[in-house]
Design a protein around this ligand. Structure first.
Ligand SMILES: [Zn+2]
Ligand SMILES: [Zn+2]
Length: 271
């Protein structure tokens, strides 16, 4: 056995100690390698997540009081989105993708050609710390951006006011954003994985989780199974916190967690 160790020492160096995610990563590379390598894959992933996360809440909004089991958790009762509002948000989302997202992907493709996908999966601790670290970094970046865009009137009027068209948010309004907001968010989503040296599996998971948290912020229902109830110590703001931001726009600037609003004295809980 000592011969094997001497003959292939690099195997022990390049492989992480923890291989929990390796079979899953192998499965993705083997079956979907061609698709996930495409520069449009992150956009496709983000758009389909947004669509499929938002759809059930859109149906709940249409059903309203008829789905009383869910409606009893509605935060601003009587303020439901109708089909026309949902349609306008969808139009805005598609317009933003055609005008800003797709051109940015193409520019990025030329500027930074995609690196080949790694063969090795991240270790489980790397994966968990990477996902949490990326969410915390994005939360901080958006908090600062958001605070400035409410404190400086010119920034608010030109770049963020559009997101506040609705004082009672609903799932489809998550993407009711101006082009500049979308570009800022897109810039962090593109540079953070490089900054934190994230494995693609971490980057994609951050997208899955981050988009869920953003949609949940806007659903307008305080469900007992919401992240704000599941994650202890009120660390996560969830729908009640962000719904309050749409009602009182000078409070609750952080998108995911509560610590920055507590530190800056801008936190407010639902009344
Ligand atoms: Zn919002
Ligand atoms: Zn705002």
């Amino acid at each position: 056995t000592s011969n094997v160790t001497i003959a292939f020492p690099s195997l022990h160096v390049s492989r992480p100690s923890d291989l929990t995610l390796q079979p899953f990563w192998d499965y993705i590379i083997f079956n979907y390698g061609f698709a996930v390598k495409s520069p449009f894959f992150p956009v496709f992933l983000a758009f389909s997540c947004f669509f499929f996360y938002s759809l059930p809440f859109g149906i709940l909004d249409i059903l309203g009081e008829k789905a009383n089991f869910f409606y009893k958790y509605k935060i601003q009762k009587g303020k439901q989105a109708d089909i026309q509002m949902m349609g306008l948000c969808m139009y805005q989302t598609i317009y933003n993708h055609l005008m800003f997202v797709f051109p940015a992907v193409i520019v990025n493709w030329f500027w930074m050609p995609p690196a080949p996908l790694p063969v090795i999966a991240p270790s489980l601790p790397d994966f968990l710390f990477g996902v949490l670290g990326s969410l915390l970094l994005f939360d901080f970046q958006y908090f600062i951006w958001h605070l400035l865009h409410h404190k400086i009137h010119w920034l608010y009027k030109n770049f963020h006011a559009i997101h506040h068209d609705y004082s009672a948010p609903f799932s489809w309004a998550t993407q009711h954003l101006g082009g500049m907001e979308l570009i800022s968010v897109g810039l962090w989503n593109n540079t953070n994985p490089i900054l934190l040296k994230c494995h693609p599996l971490i980057t994609w998971t951050v997208a899955l989780v981050g988009i869920w948290m953003s949609v949940e912020d806007h659903i307008g229902y305080d469900f007992p199974w919401g992240l704000n109830h599941i994650i202890p110590f009120g660390l996560c703001g969830g729908a009640p916190a962000h719904d309050m931001h749409h009602q009182k726009p000078h409070k609750n600037f952080a998108p995911f967690f509560t610590h920055w609003d507590i530190i800056f004295g801008t936190a407010i809980t639902i009344e």
